[in-house]
Design a protein around this ligand. Structure first.
Ligand code: CO
Length: 205
């Protein structure tokens, strides 16, 4: 069995550091969480939600999966969304994609017939839907880049159209962001959501 004692040692040092910086920090969090944000992001190890927006434990409710998808029938994501809205009363949902996403790149390659290809199929559908827009770009890198952005915009629409969100009894803002793993910077794509919807009238509800 591999030895993970270095991780447990890291954890003890981290907990001590946190407690030194803010005595009572963990005691305060023990009985409740009151995060304002729900983060829906990619499972990619390079995009750790709290860390890249500089927030400590307790501030962000997080759901991550391959290629940050919000699939209408995904009970896992819907449960997170429901809990975030009806119990935590979260007011801001951030769908965050990232460039160089393996899930997105895979959607532009032939299928390898693995389990994950079934999941990626959702991204292939987006690529098919916006084929004309993608084909205006000449290089594979540009197409991957654009598909990462289109995917964020489409997932924002999925959240906004979700019956769970529409049943919310308070105002909820849904944001679309993209993270560049090459420089650590986030970019707000929310204005692009309307532009993307205009590209393809059939996605309107
Ligand atoms: Co990814």
């Amino acid at each position: 069995m591999s030895d993970l004692s270095h991780l447990l040692a890291n954890n003890r040092a981290w907990a001590a550091r946190m407690e030194r910086a803010e005595p009572g920090f963990f005691r305060g969090l023990a009985s409740q969480q009151t995060p304002r944000y729900l983060w829906i992001g990619c499972a990619d190890s390079r995009v750790p939600a709290n860390e890249i927006i500089g927030l400590p434990p307790g501030e962000v409710f997080v759901h991550r999966n391959v290629a940050n998808l919000v699939v209408h029938s995904d009970l896992n994501c819907l449960s997170v969304l429901d809990y975030a809205l009806s119990v935590l009363h979260i007011t801001d949902i951030i769908v965050c994609g990232h460039y160089n996403c393996g899930g997105i790149n895979a959607a532009l390659q032939p299928s390898e017939g693995r389990i994950v290809d079934h999941w990626i199929r959702h991204v292939r559908d987006i690529a098919k839907h916006y084929k004309a827009d993608l084909e205006r770009l000449t290089t594979t890198a540009e197409q991957n880049h654009r598909l990462c952005e289109l995917n964020v915009a489409v997932q924002v629409v999925h959240v906004r159209e979700s019956p769970v969100l529409q049943a919310a009894r308070h105002e909820v803002n849904v944001h679309g962001w993209i993270y560049d793993v090459a420089d650590g910077r986030l970019q707000d794509l929310t204005p692009m959501v309307e532009e993307v919807r205009a590209l393809e009238p059939s996605v309107r509800v």
